[in-house]
Design a binder for this molecule. Structure first.
Ligand SMILES: [Zn+2]
Length: 58
């Protein structure tokens, strides 16, 4: 299994970092807050997503 890294961003402090796809804790390593971290996804990632891609109109 590949060690897939995802980019995450904290919406509180805007700190960007990478974690393995299996990372579940979702605690910001900068400010230490929980549940403020979400994946930072590029537009190409969104278009590749079969669910979200349908919602993006250009
Ligand atoms: Zn943070």
């Amino acid at each position: 299994m590949m060690d897939v890294k995802l980019k995450f961003i904290c919406e509180v402090c805007n700190y960007k970092f990478e974690r393995p796809k299996t990372w579940k804790e979702r605690i910001c390593p900068y400010c230490g807050k929980k549940n403020t971290v979400h994946e930072e996804r590029s537009i190409s990632d969104l278009l590749d997503d079969p669910e979200l891609g349908n919602c993006v109109q250009f």
